[in-house]
Design a protein around this ligand. Structure first.
Ligand code: AMP
Length: 283
């Protein structure tokens, strides 16, 4: 059995653990998560192990990034399985604060970002989301002072928002984006996939299939507007209620009119039943 990672739950114990971790000038990576770990999260940990000598994984289901009608209460919490997976992946330290440690009574500060956080994608449908993410990620960076931090391309807009914030606030952390890990049938791995019924699960790969078909057609020179409206129809025909299916500049997230506008990323968000799924693909 691999040695269990050190688990810390309070700020003083985090500080002591970091002092030990930083001995002998170790480089430190942070992988922020909300737990319910799957292969997508573990790919971040593996990438972190390659790039740094010590790896911290934070597990915190962050209430401020959920709206009242969203799934904070029912979000999957699988601590024992998470710990076993992180031991197997040889993480060094798990930072698992509770809500009152992260947000003591009278907590009254928010980090608010513009630019990619106002791209009219996730922000249009989850207006509370990015200030919740930037506030908690900002706190995690200040608490852990990592040299690098790894985020999945699965949450593509979030990756751009966090990269912008880290640069703007001189947080001294390099942000690394890691490619999306998928199930065999193409569905992007997500902690929320457990919400899907068998029937919904069978329909869910339509998102990735549509992204792939659309990217192929665009590369073949098909007209972007036609490709995007066909893709939107395919997703709805598969039983999804579509929030957006958009072609954006891969770096600025500004709307793309054609492949000539620079590297293009296709991004989708859609609900199947009560479960909202997101995915994206570079063209
Ligand atoms: P979460 O626990 O859902 O907040 O995700 C924590 C981190 O894991 C984020 O940086 C996500 O983008 C990343 N992540 C989640 N799912 C995947 C996936 N399928 N492939 C790669 N990274 C992922």
């Amino acid at each position: 059995m691999p040695p269990a990672p050190t688990v810390v739950r309070t700020l003083p114990s985090l500080r002591r653990a970091l002092e030990r971790l930083r001995a002998r000038r170790a480089t430190v990576a942070l992988v922020p998560t909300m737990g319910a770990l799957h292969e997508g999260h573990l790919a971040l940990v593996r990438q972190a192990k390659k790039r740094a000598s010590r790896v911290i994984v934070s597990i915190f289901v962050n209430p401020t990034q959920f709206a009242p009608h969203e799934d904070f209460g029912s979000y999957p919490r699988t601590w024992k399985a998470d710990l076993a997976k992180l031991a197997e992946a040889k993480a060094d330290l798990i930072w698992r604060p509770d809500v009152s440690t992260m947000y003591p009574r009278d907590f009254a500060t928010r980090i608010s970002t513009e630019g990619p956080a106002m791209a009219d994608l996730e922000d249009r449908f989850r207006p509370h989301f990015f200030s919740g993410v930037t506030t908690v990620v900002g706190k995690l960076f200040i608490q852990c002072r990592p040299d690098i931090a790894l985020f999945g391309q699965k949450d593509y807009q979030q990756l751009k928002v966090v990269t912008r914030m880290a640069a703007d606030l001189d947080l001294g952390v390099k942000i690394i984006g890691v490619p999306i890990v998928r199930e065999r049938d193409g569905l992007a791995m997500s902690s929320r996939n457990v919400y899907l019924s068998n029937e919904q699960r069978a329909r869910a790969p339509a998102l990735y299939r549509t992204l792939k078909d659309a990217a192929g057609r665009l590369r073949n020179g098909d007209h972007l507007e036609a490709v995007m409206s066909d893709g939107a129809r395919t997703i709805e025909d598969a039983g999804f209620s579509l929030d957006y299916f958009e072609a954006r500049h891969a770096e600025t997230l500004s709307p793309a009119g054609s492949l000539k506008d620079g590297p293009v990323r296709l991004l989708v968000a859609a609900k199947i039943g009560d479960t909202r799924l997101i995915d994206n693909l570079g063209v």
